[in-house]
Structure formats: structure tokens, C-alpha cells
Design a protein around this ligand. Sequence first.
Ligand SMILES: O=C(O)CCC(=O)C(=O)O
Length: 284
Amino acid sequence: MPKVLTEAQIERFWRDGCVFPVRIMSEAQALEIRAKLEAFEAETGGPLKGALRHKSHLLFTWLAELVRAGPMLDAIEDLYGPNLLCWTTNFFIKETHNPAFVSWHQDSTYWGLDKPDVVTAWVALTPSNKGNGAMEFIPGTHNKDQIPHRDTFDKHNLLTRGQEVAVEVDQSQAVRIDLEPGEISLHHVRLVHGSPPNPSNDRRIGFAIRYIPTTVAQVAGEDSATLVRGEDTHHHFELEPRPARDMDPEFVALHERIAERNAQILYRGTEVKSYDDPKALRAS
Ligand SMILES: O=C(O)CCC(=O)C(=O)O
């Protein structure tokens, strides 16, 4: 008996590679998280940049809480069972009237994970729709194997290498993921997806949480993850602690070390060595 998703939603996930919308908190709670992000940005002089956009749940208590939110984990458990790790998190922020976009890609391309048992919960912290560059996907493409990608390092592309699928995408099949704050979409790691720029007067903010069952291993280097539910009897990842206060210097140092190591996995085979490398810095 599923905990949160209906049988129809579970079937849709495995058939299409994506299911949405799933509400995991109220709109007010989502806007509170946005306000906390923007208070930090105001204090530090501008939009969150570089490594701070990745694994941010190790830096901020309100994101540490979000990755452990009961309704979210119930939905993930409905797909991948009770022993779950949060492998990473990534902010996808599109500023107002900004050319930043996400090319058509499969998440699995450079992550180094040994099997495609990975699901992203993309949490809307603002509305995400036709007017502000919502994510789109091509249903059923998660059933394909790994598709070859080419790196573009396009400065407006929000992906690490600006990678895009090296085959023609039938865009007439694309489905747009409209979400309201507090809703999530769940997408499979092999799903072909992307998103256009945000021409609107407000930011579009999504927080992508990548969950894996504890059976998944990293094969491209040393790696860590956060145990968010159940137990880990596989020990494929160093387990990460939970921050008790925002930007705790101990956690800032730990995050720096983890982000550096993570970047080496994601940028392997290129000249880029860290998220803060000018070549790695994306549109905003
Ligand atoms: O935020 C977007 O528009 C794209 C996000 C994405 O590619 C992902 O979460 O895997």
C-alpha cells in the first residue's frame, strides 16, 4: 500500500518517467523557504553562487529539514523503498528577464552512479509555468539507455558542463511541468528534460533534491550522501551530518571539501576543477 502517491501516480512515474504535481507542503511554507534564501542573499550581497548552490542542505537548517520532509520521503519511498539517501541538492534559480536555460539532457550522464535508480524531487519555491521557464520533459525517454551528450559550456546553460543530448529531440512530444509553490515533480534520472529562459518579472526558483536507495554506489570517486530514511547496510557513501545552525563554520568547511570532491566527479575529463571555476560559473 503506497504512503502518499496513488497507484495511478506510481504507474505514471514508471511509464512516463515523471509525475507531478505532488504537494508536499503548503504554499506559505514554500514562500517561507524562499524568504530565508532571499534573506541570506540580501545579507551576502546577491544571488547564491557557485558551490553554495549545490549540497546547500549541509549549510542551511531549513534545507536540511526540507530534504527530510515526511510527505516528500513518503513519496520517494513509494518509488524506491524505505532505505533512502539524499545524494545531492541543487538550486535552479532563473533570475528575472534572464537568458539562463537548461538544455535537453539526462541527469545520469556525468553523475558516476552505478545504476539508474535515482529520482529528483524538484521543489517549486515560486510558481513554475509557461511564463517563467518551467521544466519540460519527453515522456518515456527514461526507458532509453544512456544517450551520448556533448558539452557546450554555454555560459547561459545552468548545467555543470552545458551538456546536451547529441541526438534529435522530438520537441512536439514535450510536456511542461507546471507547479505552484510547495508542489514537487518527481523525475527519473534517465528522463530527457530541459527548460527555456525566464522572461518574467519574478525569479523562478526550484530546489532539486536527488534521492537514491542505499543500494546505489558511486563509481567515479569518493563520495558522500545524507541518510534521510531507514538504514544503510551497504556503506557505499560516507554519511553526512546534519547542521544545527545556518552557515556553521564547521559545516562550511565540510561543505567546501565535499563540493570540491563532488565537482571533480562531475567535471572529470575537463579542465574545470571546482564549481567556482570561471568556466563552471553559469548564467547567474
Ligand atoms: O530547473 C530546471 O529548469 C531544470 C532542472 C533540472 O534539469 C533537474 O532538476 O534535473
